[in-house]
Design a protein around this ligand. Structure first.
Ligand code: 4NP
Length: 168
């Protein structure tokens, strides 16, 4: 079985993309789909490489049953473009940076994560780093919606074939 490889991308890899990684990882675990995926996250910049997610992101996620404490920030690597099937970015700046670095044959893998939550009516997950605590709740609300939408899109497109035991 070919696993579906997903890389969530933001700027620092300490707020939005680790939150997305944690939320999506929990979603597929809850549905017994972990074996079908390889999930990771990375940042376009190296400011926080090696650090765990921002404590505000960790606390907000923990309240929703999502543990981020073991994640460590890393920068997007040139090998990621070939390895991953989906590179899901959080905002326009991430999109521009990864598009610029990505070889032409893999550019189609780069998508805005919120493309999978069209009902929100926005394209970007706002950067919560310099803002209020509430920004982290908003990030969680958005990535929860987009995670559900992304999983649904994988099923509807036939990319993810669910075993009968988890169909509902
Ligand atoms: P993230 O948030 O891209 O969601 O991880 C940020 C983290 C750090 C910085 C900016 C955004 N920074 O400027 O250090």
């Amino acid at each position: 079985m070919e696993k579906i490889k997903v890389l969530f991308v933001c700027l620092g890899n300490i707020c939005r993309s680790p939150t997305a990684e944690g939320v999506f990882t929990k979603l597929i675990a809850d549905k017994n789909l972990t074996a079908y995926f390889i999930i990771d996250s990375a940042g376009t910049h190296a400011y926080h490489v090696g650090k765990p997610p921002d404590h505000r992101a960790q606390l907000a996620a923990r309240k929703r049953g999502v543990e981020l404490q073991d994640l460590r920030a890393r920068k997007v690597h040139s090998s990621d473009f070939e390895y991953f099937d989906y590179l899901l970015v959080m905002d326009d700046e991430n999109f521009a940076v990864v598009m610029q670095d990505c070889p032409p044959e893999h550019k189609g893998k780069i998508k805005y994560f919120l493309e999978y939550a069209p009902h929100l009516g926005v394209k970007e997950v706002p950067d919560p780093y310099y803002g209020e605590k509430l920004g982290f709740e908003r990030v969680l609300d958005m990535v929860e919606d987009a995670s559900l939408g992304f999983l649904d899109a994988l099923v509807k497109s036939g990319r993810l074939k669910l075993p009968d035991s988890v169909k509902s």
